[in-house]
Write a protein that binds this ligand. Structure first.
Ligand SMILES: Nc1nc2c(ncn2[C@@H]2O[C@H](COP(=O)(O)OP(=O)(O)OP(=O)(O)O)[C@@H](O)[C@H]2O)c(=O)[nH]1
Ligand SMILES: [Mg+2]
Length: 396
């Protein structure tokens, strides 16, 4: 069997309002996603297009040139950063002779590869069905035909596409029922966990170091340099140190513990079908007593990553302030990859954050101290950082 990775070309549309650096950043992230899915990326290209071509999105001229390049390089896959309709994917495939994937389709493929547990598999399949449903028309126009005979395809006059839609809708209902059941199982497990132990969730952008922190705090977890290495929520017990001050003799003697949950990472434009399907897994985040928001401090797009995390947390129902708000600690991880002036500058920008290095155990004491002092209990008043606030619409 040919073990060589699948070669691909990456493209993104650059509209008149898009800055070249931003598009290049997005292409770089798309390349990481492609790599995480097992592809070998041969080149990345931004295609300048003031307007979207309705049929092929990128326009036939540029696509034909790409197809020639792909033939020369022995590439069979074209991965697009933009979300395309089913008929656009079809038109691109027909024009270029390449297999075309859009960003959402690529992320779904990664999730499909990673899903291990029954719950993760059902969540990913639900997201896949929701993604495919509106795309069926594009995919099946050539097969659309009237089905004859009563009872054969659910009734006289039902077209192939209607049959397919009906089948997908039935599957969606089955999956939703299964997930509701699994959510109840999860709820029972949650109730069965040791009483009195606070629950803390690790959340953040994918590949920031959440699993590495789980490992540093609890001794368990398998970090990997891949986007979306973790799909399933894993909960482990962490020792937080003793609350006893030998000088004053105050505090409890017994050591304190908490439960730490590792969760699926976030990403820019995380397909909404996945956010919806992972609602129950992300319930661990919503119901946690506190959040450790982990970010890769050495990533050039750190601030954008934080904004994505802030917005995704709001999307899943975690507000940064108000009666329901959970205490949050920003953990700026991977600071071993920064120089001292960069760390100082970071301290100025995020004074309330802990700077950590999960692999060397730096910052863990500070995290443990915060956990000991702050949980359980309501969030203490604090000044919110810009990434936690909804984007303010500029005044007209
Ligand atoms: N240099 C350095 N590397 C780190 C640090 N923390 C994590 N890493 C590396 O970053 C990569 C991703 O780490 P993970 O802990 O798997 O990240 P994650 O946030 O769980 O990622 P997903 O589960 O894919 O969302 C791994 O290769 C880690 O070894 C750190 O503090 N310093
Ligand atoms: Mg992980």
């Amino acid at each position: 069997m040919d073990e060589s990775p699948l070669r691909c070309l990456l493209i993104a549309r650059q509209g008149p309002e898009d800055r070249e650096e931003v598009i290049q950043d997005h292409l770089l992230e798309l390349a990481e996603l492609a790599r995480s899915c097992g592809f070998q990326v041969l080149s990345r290209r931004s295609l300048k297009r003031p307007q979207i071509a309705p049929k092929t999105f990128y326009g036939s001229g540029q696509l034909e040139a790409l197809a020639d390049e792909a033939t020369r390089q022995g590439v069979r896959h074209l991965i697009c950063d933009d979300e395309l309709s089913g008929s656009q994917v079809n038109a691109i495939e027909k024009l270029t002779g390449l297999i075309c994937l859009d960003r959402t389709g690529l992320i779904l493929s990664i999730f499909e590869q990673r899903a291990q547990t029954r719950e993760a598999k059902a969540q990913v399949e639900l997201a896949r069905c929701e993604y495919e449903l509106p795309r069926l028309k594009g995919a099946w126009t050539h097969l659309e035909r009237q089905g004859g005979g009563v009872g054969l395809r659910g009734g006289p006059g039902e077209t192939q596409i209607e049959v397919d839609r009906r089948m997908i809708r039935t599957r969606i209902s089955q999956l939703k029922r299964e997930l509701t059941h699994l959510e109840q199982v999860r709820e029972t497990q949650r109730k069965g966990r040791p009483k009195g132990l606070p629950r803390v969730a690790l959340v953040g952008y994918t590949n920031a170091g959440k699993t590495s922190l789980l490992k540093a705090l609890t001794g368990e977890g398998e970090p990997r340099d891949l986007l979306f290495a973790t799909l399933d929520t894993t909960t482990r017990k962490a020792w937080l140190g003793q609350d006893f001050n030998p000088e004053t003799g105050e505090g409890a003697l017994e050591p304190k513990h908490c439960l730490v949950a590792d969760t699926v990472g976030f990403i820019r434009k995380l397909p909404h079908q996945l956010v919806a399907a992972f609602r129950s897994t992300l319930g661990e985040v919503r119901t946690a007593d506190a959040l450790l928001v982990v970010a890769d401090a050495a990533h050039p797009d750190l601030e954008d990553h934080l904004k994505v995390v802030g917005a995704t947390l709001r999307e899943i129902g975690c507000e940064p302030e108000g009666v329901e708000a959970q205490p949050r600690l920003l953990v700026l991880n991977q600071v071993d990859r920064l120089h001292r002036p960069q760390k100082l500058e970071l301290k100025k920008r995020h004074p309330g954050a802990v700077q950590s290095c999960a692999v060397q155990g730096v910052g863990l004491d500070e995290i443990r101290l915060w956990l000991r002092e702050l949980i359980p209990g309501p969030a203490k008043p604090r000044e919110l950082e810009a990434w936690e606030l909804p984007d303010t619409v500029p005044a007209p």
